[in-house]
Ligand binder design. Structure first.
Ligand SMILES: [Zn+2]
Length: 290
């Protein structure tokens, strides 16, 4: 199996995949339906999605398990399928990735507010993330990738849950989409200082808004923690709605590739795309970073 720790220590950048949700919608996933349900209901489509990124040259793909915590799956009336959905997400990815491409188990936010603002206790959050991480590990992932986070408490719970359930390396990114901060008000420099101490292999940014804003966040992280291993997985810009009511992202593969070089100047070791990016973006990034 590929080894994320070894690979990250080598020269060069690990090229990650692009968007999952928007890509599965192109393959027919009904809008509003949780993409994770397709791991059981339409495994061939999920494999087609994974394969497109492997063929584009991604060194690492994320499992289709972003909303795979118990809290999120309960919204889909699938709270009793946490284990099988996450095992399937990982197994399908492993089948496609073989033993040369890394498979990272994606874990996104629970969608619940934590105490004291909400009802979710720290301990309950740790348990939910541990449950998901254990299933992803059982399905054969090479690492756990925590992403699109905005609450530092929830990230801590996710990291603790991943370490509790597995011995796999953990990487983590937050989304700085609200005037340079996360939705919960966390600044990039504070996130990196806090998270880099928590036994993670790499830390960084994903989703957010524009490429430029993501670059600003990464630059702030680099300045605050020169020793940190950084990740960037930005959106292909901000979507606007076209005449047919579809969301359109304006960032071309060429623009994404130009920005990959700017992120490299900040010493980013893992780079991919988030919402609106597709295999063409990843192919262009792979070529420019060669
Ligand atoms: Zn995104």
């Amino acid at each position: 199996m590929p080894d994320l720790k070894k690979k990250i220590a080598e020269p060069g950048i690990i090229v990650m995949d692009g968007a999952t949700g928007t890509q599965l919608q192109k393959l027919g996933l009904p809008p509003g339906m949780g993409p994770e349900l397709w791991n059981l209901d339409n495994p061939e489509a999920v494999k087609t999605h994974y394969r497109a990124y492997v063929e584009a040259g991604a060194d690492a793909i994320l499992t289709n398990s972003f909303g795979g915590t118990r809290a999120r799956l309960e919204f889909e009336n699938a709270g009793d399928k946490v284990h099988e959905i996450n095992v399937a997400a990982a197994k399908l990815a492993r089948e496609v990735a073989g033993d040369s491409v890394l498979v990272l188990g994606s874990m996104g936010p629970t969608g619940q507010l934590m105490e004291p603002m909400g009802l979710l206790t720290y301990e309950a959050a740790v348990e939910m993330f541990a449950e998901q991480a254990a299933a992803l590990a059982e399905g054969g992932v090479d690492g756990i990738h925590i992403e699109t986070m905005s609450d530092l408490q929830e990230v801590r719970a996710a990291i603790e849950g991943a370490h509790k359930a597995t011995n796999l390396p953990v990487t983590v990114t937050m989304s700085f989409d609200t005037h340079g901060r996360t939705m919960m008000g966390v600044k990039p420099e504070d996130a990196v200082k806090e998270l880099w101490q928590l036994d993670v292999l790499a830390v960084g940014v994903n989703c957010g808004r524009t490429l430029e804003e993501n670059l600003t966040a990464v630059t702030a992280m680099r300045a605050a923690a020169p020793e940190a291993t950084l990740i960037a997985k930005p959106n292909a810009g901000l979507p606007h709605v076209d005449g047919l009511g579809d969301a359109v992202y304006d960032v071309t593969p060429e623009i994404m590739a130009d920005y990959a070089l700017k992120f490299r100047e900040q010493g980013v070791k893992m780079f991919g795309g988030c919402c609106g990016s597709n295999p063409e973006h990843i192919l262009a990034v792979k070529n420019v970073l060669k």
